[in-house]
Design a protein around this ligand. Structure first.
Ligand SMILES: [Zn+2]
Length: 207
């Protein structure tokens, strides 16, 4: 087994690793056609995940898809196996999966994020994603998103003169009253109070 994989790795070395997309393959992806399983795998550049043709995950944009002949090739091109259709036959460990999701949140907290968005990008059901995330991190995905947003807002309050509404907007919370309520709930102060207090502390420390 090891030898066979090793040989195929060497053979492929001189070949073009990515297969070409055809109308037939694209149709199989759209139809989640299981008869094409093991004939090819498809990876989505925007999520870094690869799937079997039968995967029930949302149909990706065609221009973001690349086709691989087998799972090893997709893995070598740095794609990760989808949690839902398990193209390598094994599950991605929960901790790695959650790491993917937290990384995505940290890069996209300024955008509108919902459980559905996260479930789509990570190829799991919203319910399963929520549960697994909480098991691994001790807080829910939504709480994690809020934490990241409030932390970022604190930085803006401290280090800029931007208005509260402007800050709320740039941490992904365009509804300012809601932002203020959440900020107070998490920190014990309104954003205005927080800025005042923080500035006082700064001055008394002679900074
Ligand atoms: Zn999949």
């Amino acid at each position: 087994m090891t030898n066979r994989i090793h040989d195929s790795l060497q053979d492929d070395h001189h070949l073009k690793v990515e297969e070409s997309m055809t109308a037939e393959k694209w149709q199989a992806i759209i139809d989640n056609d299981a008869t094409y399983n093991d004939q090819f795998f498809y990876a989505v550049k925007t999520t870094g995940i690869f799937c079997r043709p039968s995967c029930k995950s949302r149909v990706p944009k065609k221009e973001n898809v690349c086709i691989f002949q087998n799972a090893e090739q997709a893995l070598r091109a740095n794609f990760r196996p989808c949690k839902r259709c398990k193209p390598t036959g094994e599950r991605l460990p929960d901790s790695e999966w959650v790491a993917l999701i937290t990384e995505y949140i940290e890069k996209n907290y300024m955008e509108k994020l919902t459980l559905e968005t996260l479930a789509d990008m990570s190829h799991g059901s919203p319910y399963h994603m929520h549960r697994t995330f909480k098991k691994v991190k001790g807080i829910t995905p939504i709480e994690f998103i809020q934490q990241i947003r409030i932390n970022q807002a604190e930085k803006y309050l401290l280090h800029s003169d931007r208005t509260i509404a402007d800050i709320a907007m740039s941490v992904g919370m365009p509804n300012t009253p809601y932002f203020i309520t959440l900020f107070k709930k998490k920190t014990g102060h309104t954003p205005k109070e927080y800025r005042k207090l923080a500035n006082k502390v700064h001055k008394s420390e002679g900074m």
